[in-house]
Ligand binder design. Structure first.
Ligand code: MG
Ligand code: MG
Length: 253
């Protein structure tokens, strides 16, 4: 069942979203060659806890850290480690959730480490653009298929592929709620959008094939063909006044 939120609940989600977004901004400041993914995770956890919130991912289904940090051909769910050290030319995906006053924020960014290839920069940009193409279709009366179709079209016209195995989701009191929010779809199909829906829209985009697999660690997801992958996610609320992006703090990030 889809849990629609009233305006007071959406205000609370705005606060959880702000903390989530700020933790990502802080992490971005520390992304550079020589930094381990564990160091980034610690900064994120400390920031969220100082804000009086809880890291949504810590302990979720047994996940051992506060952020999922995935490098290059890792798609999502990378486990932070002191042995994973960022190198010039990498792209790093940082996915963060914060739980505050009963609600979650969920957001991810892909950040270049120093100078990266033109292809990597384009992938990051197209992934971000595809999120906003999806958000443009987020209107009361439209359908979820309109959102997925817009994301998929934006990605595929640039020659990249949309990961299908993992998708976006409703978010609110629970980190993962109904409905499923695929980053692909058919315009005019799927659940009808209505005011009070709160969604994590999160395109995962590969340079090569869309095929992915999970490592033996039970978490890390990688591309099968070793192509690069990017991720861009925000928590959004659809209201009768339009769309509120709760986790977007710096509109250029
Ligand atoms: Mg996320
Ligand atoms: Mg999510």
């Amino acid at each position: 069942m889809i849990q629609l939120k009233n305006s007071a609940q959406i205000s609370a989600m705005k606060e959880a979203g702000r903390i989530t977004g700020e933790a990502l901004l802080l992490a971005r400041e520390h992304v550079r060659e020589g930094v381990s993914t564990k160091e980034l995770d610690t900064l994120i956890r400390e920031y969220i806890e100082r804000a009086g919130a809880k890291p949504s991912f810590l302990g979720y289904a047994g996940f051992p850290a506060s952020a999922c940090i995935s490098i290059n051909d890792e798609v999502i769910h990378g486990i932070p480690s002191k042995n994973r050290v960022l190198q010039e030319g990498d792209i790093v995906k940082i996915d963060v959730g914060a739980f505050y006053k009963g609600f979650h924020g969920d957001s991810a960014r892909t950040i270049p480490v120093g100078r990266v290839s033109d292809e990597a920069m384009k992938l990051i940009e197209v992934t971000r653009n595809s999120f906003f193409a999806g958000v443009d279709m987020l209107k009361v009366g439209n359908r979820l298929g309109d959102v997925g179709y817009a994301i998929q079209s934006c990605v595929e016209k640039e020659g990249f592929s949309v990961v299908r195995r993992y998708i976006g989701h409703g978010v609110g009191k629970e980190l993962h709620e109904q409905p499923d929010v695929p980053n692909y779809g058919t315009a005019g199909r799927g659940t009808r959008l209505c005011a009070g829906m709160t969604l994590a829209i999160e395109p995962m985009v590969n340079t090569g094939s869309a095929d992915v697999y999970e490592l033996a660690d039970g978490w890390t997801v990688k591309t099968v063909d070793k192509g690069l992958s990017a991720h861009y996610e925000n928590t959004v609320a659809l209201t009768s006044d339009g769309v509120l992006i709760t986790t977007l703090i710096d509109k250029d990030f």
